[in-house]
Design a protein around this ligand. Sequence first.
Ligand code: SAM
Length: 212
Amino acid sequence: MARRKRPLFARWYPDAAARLEERGLAAQRARLLAPLEGRVLEIGPGFGANFPHYPDTVTELVAVEPEEHFRDLARARADELGLKAAIIEGTAEALPVETGSFDAVVATAVLCSVDSQADALAEIARVLKPGGQLWGFEHVGSPGRARHAAEKVLDAVLWTHLNGGCHLSRDTLGAIRAAGFDTAGMSEERFAFLPFPVSKSTHLVGSARKPA
Ligand SMILES: C[S@@+](CC[C@H](N)C(=O)[O-])C[C@H]1O[C@@H](n2cnc3c(N)ncnc32)[C@H](O)[C@@H]1O
């Protein structure tokens, strides 16, 4: 099934999100991306907020983004930074790149929004080299029963529609494990600087390894 386009989200999100960078998001990105090296694939770069934080040890960057407006903004950001990056159209569920060809895949605040986490994670595993890692941060569903039920209701009636397909209630750690990744490199944090309700969500941060 073709992914639903979300052009309105691509218009309002960049200004709203840019304000969060200096409140703490840029520091999270810098910390997350510092260890990266080699060929890197970023999925759903949006307006390219991760681009300033890639270290020189990254030898090639390819970014796959479904929204045209985000691709334009990401290309402009890469040009502004003098960063060589191929920014191409596609979705996480059908990555238009070769099997076993990347040392690392980056997805920050993307697995909350993909149509199918299982399909996206199967594709991420396909394109990584053996032993390669998925790096990212994602807000995830709460362990508490009452709060999780509230997140599910909010997703169904309002949140997902208003926020570019984002879900508050997803078990992203479970999905990453079910796709065969070793999640020892992932930890849980609170991004309290984000707006409510994601300020109250647990964030999964770090890397998950595809078996060698
Ligand atoms: C909340 S934004 C995050 C943008 C960026 N990664 C960041 O950290 O600021 C979600 C991003 O995921 C992208 N996205 C949504 N569904 C996707 C899918 N199925 N495949 C790839 N990217 C997707 C959106 O177009 C958008 O760029």
